[in-house]
Design a protein around this ligand. Structure first.
Ligand SMILES: Nc1ncnc2c1ncn2[C@@H]1O[C@H](COP(=O)(O)OP(=O)(O)O)[C@@H](O)[C@H]1O
Ligand SMILES: O=C(O)c1ccc[n+]([C@@H]2O[C@H](COP(=O)([O-])O)[C@@H](O)[C@H]2O)c1
Length: 204
């Protein structure tokens, strides 16, 4: 059995969940672990002097818990899928790839957490410009909702800081232009993953 771990990182509202979901739908025996399901309870998230909750930092996330879940998958993907109500299956037409189990790790701060950089085989990072990001963010409602001024006061400055830190420490990232169509992004990444799966199964 072969295992492949794909990272779909990037800016908030860059299209990470959308891309991760499309990949999952087209790759048999794949599973998504999403970072935004690991936010700490509101009461444990720090607040700055302006009253802004500091959500866009690793401290706001239960990264140990996320890592534990990933390790459970790594130990035994078949049992992991079964325990999440999924049965390992043969992909359509690609019999030789059936022994590849694919984990998709999706999130806005995955490459700022060092242990992930050692285990993610293919690292993708979606980016979009400031104005598109702000527009997409403003049309979405988080829980809790963004207070007024949160994007410019917290989200964007933290994005710039986290991105710089990532660029200073991680070198093997493939950058994706999140203004491309959903289909184009899916098709680019899917082709590369398919090639990687073929390489893993010695079928290239
Ligand atoms: N390639 C794209 N082009 C235009 N809009 C997109 C694209 N990908 C995602 N979106 C839209 O942007 C918003 C955020 O997408 P989402 O996948 O949830 O982003 P993220 O997970 O990075 O926060 C959604 O309204 C989604 O439909
Ligand atoms: O999901 C949550 O519990 C949550 C609560 C408050 C804020 N968030 C925001 O979620 C953002 C990261 O998720 P995403 O999907 O926008 O990349 C980050 O910018 C946070 O400000 C997320």
């Amino acid at each position: 059995m072969k295992k492949l771990i794909i990272g779909i990182g990037g800016i908030t509202n860059g299209g990470k969940s959308t891309l991760a979901r499309s990949l999952h739908e087209h790759i048999a025996n794949s599973y998504i672990i999403a970072q935004d399901t690991f936010f700490k309870d509101d009461s444990f998230v720090a607040v700055d002097s302006r009253g802004f909750k500091q959500y866009d930092v690793l401290d706001a996330l239960n990264m140990d818990k996320m890592m534990n879940k990933i390790q459970t998958w790594q130990k035994d993907p078949v049992s992991f899928l079964a325990s999440h109500g999924l049965r390992a299956q043969s992909p359509r037409g690609l019999e030789t790839l059936k022994d590849v189990y694919v984990l998709i790790i999706e999130g806005f701060l995955i490459y700022n957490y060092r242990p992930f950089n050692e285990i993610i085989d293919k690292k993708y990072f979606l980016h979009i410009p400031y104005d598109i990001c702000k527009a997409r963010r403003c049309s979405r409602t988080y829980n809790p909702p963004d207070p007024s001024g949160y994007f410019d006061g917290h989200v964007w400055p933290m994005y710039l800081k986290n991105r710089k830190e990532m660029e200073d420490t991680v070198t093997d990232i493939v950058y994706l232009d999140g203004t491309q169509s959903k289909h184009q992004l899916f098709s680019t990444v899917y082709k590369q993953i398919e090639m990687e799966m073929q390489r893993l199964t010695g079928n290239d």
